[in-house]
Design a protein around this ligand. Sequence first.
Ligand SMILES: [Ca+2]
Length: 325
Amino acid sequence: MRMRTKLLPCLAAALAVGAISAPAASATTEVGSGCAATVPIGNYTILQLSQAGGSPLVAPTAGVVTKWKVNSALPFPPGFTVVERLRTFRATPNPNEFQTIADSSPGVVQNGANTFATQIPVQAGDRLGAFAAIGAFVPICTTTNPEDKLGLKEGDVAPGTTATYAPAEKLQLALSVVIEPDADNDGFGDETQDKCPGSAALRDPCPALLLEASALSPGKSSVKVLVASSLESSVTASASATLPKTKKAKSSATATLAPITQIIKPGQLAGFTLNFTGKLKKTLASLPKKKSVKLNVTVSGQNTAGQPSTDTLTVKLKGQAKPKK
Ligand SMILES: [Ca+2]
């Protein structure tokens, strides 16, 4: 029994690893190196030209950098900090030439693990790197692999300017970044920064969808339902009725009408004509005028965040049988 309880967590861990390695198109990704820096480099703009194993400091997909992380073991006294900025770069057609695209606000790096929040949109293939001014330092790790290649350029290659970077082997930037998808392309990461990822115009929580349904007087074989919507939304109207017991059928049957879906714009009153089923028409035709069947109508839709909304109403369908003389 003891063996079994020990094996189960292992199996769970193996399955979890499998799940992580499966490709997820629209998930948060982290690229870069968590290595602990031991070398400080000041007054340089730096990016990673190549990296042995691991994920290079290149955005695998378009999105938004929402966090950058630096692990520092620099040989400084306790409490000493270094200030650097995250930079993004885009390759030009020339070898080792990059244009600086954007930079973050300064991050004050302490010994140990540091995480800084930011909000920098990136395109697929954009490089991540860093800059530290004179008197400040970019934390760097040394490795034994010549595939770990930094690109170095002395001074500040400011956003909008272009420079050619000199390769330097066996070095890694102590830098990793978290990139979130940005499906609505509003420059805010959809997982932690954008509370309404379905709408480029909205970053606050998506507004709820309000639906208002009313019915016109029912006809002989159909009823028209009018629906107003607070947002542009795909709305479905459906209806069902519990049919009264008859001499033939002792138990009551349900008539389900074919649902109708259409896009409604705010300020528009959309009509949904719900046709009665054959069974419902037959029931009404044989039902005395004093009696009626209740038709339960539901209109439903979703807001941009996929939160459902409904409105319901009941329509009284009067019997259509001619009085016996
Ligand atoms: Ca977004």
